[in-house]
Ligand binder design. Structure first.
Ligand SMILES: *[C@@H]1O[C@H](CO)[C@@H](O)[C@H](O)[C@H]1NC(C)=O
Ligand SMILES: *[C@@H]1O[C@H](CO)[C@@H](O)[C@H](O)[C@H]1NC(C)=O
Ligand SMILES: *[C@@H]1O[C@H](CO)[C@@H](O)[C@H](O)[C@H]1NC(C)=O
Ligand SMILES: *[C@@H]1O[C@H](CO)[C@@H](O)[C@H](O)[C@H]1NC(C)=O
Ligand SMILES: *[C@@H]1O[C@H](CO)[C@@H](O)[C@H](O)[C@H]1NC(C)=O
Length: 452
């Protein structure tokens, strides 16, 4: 034990001398922390935001995680500084000004697992050897650069890649030029589990494009210009199609039995959710359709005939900031088993058909922010604050329905007239049969008497 402590003391001490501590050239913040998955201690050198303008000339061999994000590094060149370390597993170079990477730069770190090059100025990677020798690499982030093309066979040297992010590069035309650009041309491992292709200006994805990527569980295609949900592997559990050009959502494009999370946000083009659109998503847990101002109607049957439904069990539904006017009360069957429902900032029509929502206050996110849009008299009123007097038609028990009220008034008046008549008759009884003054010879109305 003591020996181990001594080793660590030595390790940390040696780290102190190169990158870490106030007396070093770089003044990085270094510490030993347990790695989240394995709980094994790793040494993290945090050199972020220190105005470093070139890759450090000497990186300690003992550092496992090197964070150099938010600096001013412009190039990754092996001369004068070439990184050499068998222990380095994570290298974060995000938010620098890197425009070029030399093919030999990564040669000396064969055990690297994670490489983050996002938010730089990389316009091109010269050839496929740039990632040579990184055959342990599992995560590669190239998002937010200026890449327009990628060299052929680029990913062939990365057989263990699981996570790839190419988002927000002008790569769309290049990436979807052929049926299987990713697999054949770039040789991306079919074992990737997570792929982010956001903001690439992709307008069309061929139907066989993701064939063979049967381990893919996370796929994000947000902020492209796709008209429809493309064919994706059946293994996908998390799909983000936000910010595309969808006009409707239909079951035809959604038959993924593993899909748990579906995002369809930020689409002004989206107008309709078809009946049974989500019927086939038997694993669906979380559905988010927000910020679609032209989505006015959410089908009565988007999932299923609610009262009969027993095969869908979504837990989370967000329909915030759309143009919705009403939601059919059959959704109460779903809301009963949900944890979170967000219906805020829509154009709700407050009539009798919306009152059922009030009983789901406990499930609704910020229920006091679900406000009426029409009718005008109660605009902005929270549905929770709707009182009987705001919508008398909806409380027949108290106010009666309008038609009932008229009927009641008529009936009550009729009864009152009758009661009055009865009183009158009791007070001034008329002897219809044997009157004291029958019309006869002695009656003042006697015709004979008048003629007297
Ligand atoms: C390093 O310097 C900073 C300020 O310059 C100070 O706050 C910090 O305590 C110093 N750390 C050590 C270990 O001396
Ligand atoms: C993908 O993973 C399987 C095992 O899960 C393995 O047999 C196969 O060799 C891997 N393929 C590649 C290209 O790494
Ligand atoms: C997006 O792609 C289209 C062609 O599909 C092209 O005309 C357009 O200029 C591209 N937009 C951007 C911002 O690259
Ligand atoms: C979106 O789709 C509509 C019709 O479906 C089309 O007119 C429009 O050009 C598309 N917009 C983009 C950015 O692709
Ligand atoms: C709710 O949906 C069902 C099934 O489509 C329909 O029969 C019913 O009229 C709807 N209710 C309202 C208030 O629109």
């Amino acid at each position: 034990m003591l020996k181990l402590l001594l080793i660590f003391a030595f390790v940390v001490n040696s780290v102190l001398s190169d990158l870490c501590g106030n007396s070093s050239e770089y003044k990085c913040r270094c510490k030993r922390v347990p790695e989240p998955n394995t709980r094994l201690p790793v040494i993290v050198a945090d050199c972020s935001d220190l105005n470093i303008d070139a890759f450090p000339s000497n990186v300690d061999n003992d550092i496992n995680v090197l964070k150099l994000s938010v600096n001013d590094i412009e190039a990754l060149d092996p001369n004068p500084s070439k990184i050499v370390s068998n222990d380095l597993q994570t290298l974060d170079l995000s938010y620098n000004k890197i425009a070029s990477i030399n093919d030999e730069f990564f040669l000396g770190i064969p055990n690297l697992r994670e490489l983050d090059l996002s938010h730089n100025l990389i316009t091109s990677l010269d050839d496929d050897s740039v990632f040579q020798n990184l055959n342990q690499l599992e995560r590669l982030d190239l998002s937010f650069n200026k890449l327009q093309t990628l060299p052929d066979l680029l990913f062939m040297k990365l057989p263990n890649l699981k996570y790839l992010d190419l988002s927000y590069n002008p790569l769309g035309g290049f990436l979807t030029g052929s049926q299987d650009e990713l697999k054949q041309k770039l040789r991306l491992s079919v074992n990737v589990t997570s792929l982010s292709l956001n903001g690439l200006n992709i307008s069309n994805i061929p139907s066989t494009y993701f064939d063979d990527f049967n381990d893919l569980t996370y796929l994000s295609l947000a902020d492209n210009s796709l008209d429809n949900i493309p064919a994706v592997p059946y293994s996908v559990e998390h799909l983000d199609m936000s910010g595309n050009n969808l006009t409707f959502v239909s079951a035809r494009y959604l038959n993924y039995h593993s899909l748990k999370v579906l995002h369809l946000n930020r689409m002004p083009s989206l107008k309709e959710i078809h009946h049974y659109a989500f019927y086939n998503l038997v694993a669906l847990e979380k559905l988010s359709i927000t910020d679609c101002p032209n989505l006015k109607k959410f089908s009565d049957l988007a999932f299923d005939v609610a009262s009969k439904n027993n095969h869908l069990h979504p837990k989370y539904l967000s329909l915030a900031r759309n143009g919705l006017q009403k939601l059919n009360d059959t959704y109460k069957y779903f809301f009963r088993s949900m944890d979170h429902v967000d219906l805020t900032q829509n154009r709700w029509r407050c009539d009798c058909d919306i009152l059922w929502l009030k009983e789901f206050e406990h499930v609704l996110y910020m229920p006091s922010e679900i406000r009426c849009f029409v009718p005008g008299e109660i605009k902005h009123k929270s549905i929770l604050d709707l009182k009987e007097k705001d919508m008398p038609d909806c409380y027949p028990a108290i106010y009666g329905k309008k038609s009932h009220r008229i009927l009641i008034i008529v009936l009550v008046s009729a009864v009152l007239v009758l009661i009055g008549l009865i009183f009158y008759l009791l007070r001034y009884p008329v002897n219809w049969l044997g009157s004291k003054n029958p019309i006869g010879p002695n009656s003042p109305y006697n015709l004979a008497a008048t003629g007297e």
